[in-house]
Design a protein around this ligand. Structure first.
Ligand SMILES: [Fe+2]
Length: 166
């Protein structure tokens, strides 16, 4: 039976743009679980590739998200960006490989094991490496002088611009 996958506030990094995107990705995955889980009915007829297409779309959404996250890291001068980028690249390689296997198997039901794997794939990163970044991000922010400090205006607007990235 499909467990209800929903966003938990304790997964938040307190960086609005990233939280909104992470939440979007979890909701995206939850939607796939709901539409293609074992108890989804009636069984998808007609389009045998609907699940694979949905999973490809999820992969693309994650890839785009990683790109924007790296842009934010670059903007704030995150010192462990290279390591983080490598983790993103490995995660995408892993997913591409998984997608290839799913495609070869011709899966049309997203079973519990696949759901759990996909959930862990996203969540372990959010709760691991992304938390490390959030910690550094908030430290950078905390060490900024008061907002009216003249020399700081540029730094602060850089951070603010980063948080509002499209
Ligand atoms: Fe990340």
């Amino acid at each position: 039976m499909t467990r209800l996958l929903a966003w938990h506030d304790e997964w938040s990094l307190n960086i609005d743009v990233l939280d909104a995107e992470h939440r979007g990705l979890i909701e995206h995955l939850a939607d796939i679980c709901h539409r293609f889980g074992p108890e989804a009915s009636p069984r998808r007829s007609g389009d045998a590739y609907a699940l694979i297409d949905a999973l490809s779309d999820l992969g693309e959404a994650v890839r785009e998200h990683f790109k924007r996250e790296e842009e934010l890291m670059q903007t704030v001068g995150y010192e462990d960006i290279a390591e983080h980028r490598t983790e993103h690249a490995l995660l995408m390689a892993e997913y591409t490989d998984q997608l290839r296997r799913w495609r070869a198997e011709g899966i049309d039901v997203f079973d519990e094991e696949a759901q759990d794997n996909a959930r862990d794939w996203i969540l372990d990163h959010i709760l691991g490496a992304d938390r490390d970044f959030a910690k550094a991000f908030h430290e950078i922010e905390d060490h900024l002088p008061a907002p009216d400090h003249p020399h700081d205006v540029e730094e602060r607007s850089r951070l603010n611009a980063a948080r509002r990235y499209p």
